[in-house]
Design a protein around this ligand. Structure first.
Ligand code: SF4
Ligand code: SF4
Length: 579
């Protein structure tokens, strides 16, 4: 039976390329959201958002309650992590991540006590109108709110970096264009109020004038549920600031730039952000959780996950605590069916295959898709590119995938920059239309990973170089400081010696005068660089010696030679006089 469709809104603008896909949302979307039962153990990776990993604020053995802060953001772009239930911190150690490469990362392991006791919520702000944008952003940061459409970018940062000239239009992304995913659809059907009141709150937080809600026409029940609340809020407010825009179901209508283009006609160029155009785009689930954080003081500890595909017995949407092992979520959806050979996180277009199902649900987990070989088209052997251009005609980012492929395949990653590799949204449209069955998007993901890895290596090398230079500078500085201290010490000794010599010379002169010697001061400037002090000492010594000799010899006869011996006369000696 064909899916029911709502009428698309007038005055929309299309975007380049895209695909008309077959949808498989119904099995999960036709059932209400279920509650995932508590499990014994939750694993919370410290890095489940864009930006720096969070820093644990708990230790092994600590008792925690649901909603309690477990890890704080470590940087401007980072996000807090909270306890999904009450229990004891069992470990902080590396655990497997939901990652295409099967990586592990530092995680907090929480042993649940089954009591699910709640921590004191943050201060609820039903009067958020009295709160400043800065206070609201701080609350979103404190509550660990990130983009739940899959990007997991910290929401407070997204608001903070919006156009300094202000936001004119807030766009709510309810398009959800991946063919199997329906978590946003169910959320809009069942909880339209937090989404729309959240939109009002965010209009206040960013000072925007209006809110457009983009929804694909294959979600008529969600559109109806939202419209009823919008009408009520308009009556309450006395003005209509929220408006639904029903967009055609063309994949990837939910891409941020594609949705903006469809709703407003604005083509956001490469290297520019939608915020440069006084627009801010947020996923509907993110907005609902922003409402819970600001108005109710609740941290983000759960999300709705679509569990679907031919590989699960009872496809459905479940409200799952963050950190729940995926295997338990599959169990809650009736378990696997016979012959499952693949589990994806995300949809078939943009998701990735998991290495195992013991990894935890994280804030980015919008869908678990279990597949059997019969659930997907056979993968023919890739053939050479025939330069048909179908990929570039279909690319919604207006790229040249065949060129990107050429450079990615040749490992000329730098050249792929010239063809705007990083504008590729990895939607998979090019791979889907390629008659040569080339897995283009896999090449692009690989190329990006290689470039990031090279960037990291470059950054590491640069860091090491700076450390080496800093080390050398420090050694040189210390050496110079030591030499300066030594020179200062030498100068002080020299000054002391000079002072002593002057004193001695004066005393010698005084002694000579007392003995009738009319010679002038013993000091005279040293003209050969020799110390004036030592010369004056020598002169004083010589004079003292001469005086002594004279004193011993008595008055000298005319022509008598110097140095003739005379008896000692103690009265001419002064203690220490010439030493
Ligand atoms: S669609 Fe495939 S065969 Fe055609 S140009 Fe693109 S990469 Fe080449
Ligand atoms: S995966 Fe990238 S290159 Fe391919 S169609 Fe999507 S945006 Fe274009």
């Amino acid at each position: 039976m064909p899916e029911a469709r709502a009428t698309t809104s007038p005055g929309l603008h299309g975007f380049h390329g895209g695909l008309d896909l077959d949808y498989h949302k119904a099995p999960a979307c036709d059932r209400p959201i279920g509650e995932m039962p508590l499990v014994d153990e939750y694993v919370l990776p410290l890095h489940m958002h864009i930006g720096a990993p969070a820093i644990p604020v708990v230790a092994v053995g600590d008792h925690v309650r649901r909603g309690q802060l477990l890890a704080r953001p470590d940087d401007f772009i980072s996000a807090a992590i909270h306890a999904p239930t009450s229990g004891v911190i069992q470990a902080i150690e590396p655990r497997g991540l939901p990652h295409p490469g099967g990586l592990s990362a530092q995680s907090i392991v929480l042993a649940a006590d089954g009591e699910d006791r709640e921590a004191e919520p943050l201060d609820p702000w039903p009067d958020y109108q009295n709160k400043s944008p800065v206070e609201i952003r701080a609350r979103l940061r404190e509550a660990g709110i990130v983009g739940l459409g899959g990007a997991v970018f910290p929401t407070a940062v997204k608001l903070a970096t919006a156009n300094p000239g202000g936001v004119e239009t807030l766009v709510l992304n309810g398009a959800e264009c991946e063919p199997f995913i329906s978590c946003d659809d169910r959320l809009m059907q069942e909880a339209p109020e937090p989404i729309l009141r959240g939109a009002q709150m965010l209009l206040h937080a960013v000072g925007a004038r209006r809110c457009l809600i983009g929804i694909e026409d294959n979600k008529p029940r969600a559109i109806e549920a939202l419209q009823a609340v919008i009408d009520r809020l308009a009556a309450e407010e006395g003005e209509r600031r929220l408006e639904i825009k029903v967009v055609p179901s063309i994949y990837p209508a939910g891409g941020e730039k594609q949705l903006i283009r469809t709703l407003t006609g604005i083509e956001v160029p490469r290297n520019r952000h939608v915020t440069d155009y006084q627009l801010l785009c947020l996923n509907v689930g993110t907005v609902a959780n922003s409402w819970h954080a600001v108005v109710e003081g609740r941290a983000l500890t759960e999300r709705v996950v679509t569990v679907t595909g031919g590989g699960v017995a009872e496809p459905r949407n479940l409200r799952v605590r963050v950190g729940t092992p995926m295997a338990k979520v599959i169990e809650a959806a009736g378990g696997y069916t016979q012959g499952v050979d693949r589990l994806l996180m995300g949809g078939p277009m943009m998701g990735f295959a998991l290495h195992e199902d013991e990894v935890p649900v994280v804030k980015a987990t919008n869908c678990l898709l279990a597949m059997r070989p019969v659930d997907r088209d056979p993968t023919p052997t890739p053939q050479p590119c025939i330069r048909c251009s179908r990929c570039s005609e279909a690319c919604p980012a207006d790229l040249l995938p065949q060129q990107l492929y050429w450079y990615a395949r040749a490992q000329q990653f730098e050249r792929s920059h010239d063809y705007h590799l990083f504008d590729c949204i990895e939607c998979g449209v090019c791979s889907a239309v390629c008659p040569s069955h080339i897995p283009l998007v896999q090449y692009f993901r690989h190329a990006k990973t290689e470039i990031w890895s090279a960037e990291r290596e470059r950054a590491k090398a640069e860091h090491a170089r700076r450390r080496f230079e800093f080390h050398n500078e420090r050694i040189e500085r210390q050496k110079a400081e030591r030499e300066a201290a030594l020179a200062k010490k030498r100068a002080a000794i020299k000054a002391a010696q000079e002072k002593a010599a002057k004193k001695d010379a004066k005393e010698a002169d005084a002694s000579a005068n007392a003995n009738g010697d009319g010679s002038q001061s013993a000091t005279k400037p040293a003209d050969d660089g020799q110390s004036a002090a030592s010369m004056s000492i020598e002169a004083a010594r010589a004079r003292a010696k001469e005086r002594k000799a004279r004193a011993q010899q008595g008055p000298r006869a005319e022509g008598e030679p110097d140095g003739a011996e005379r008896p000692s006369d103690e009265s001419t000696e002064r203690p220490g006089g010439s030493s």
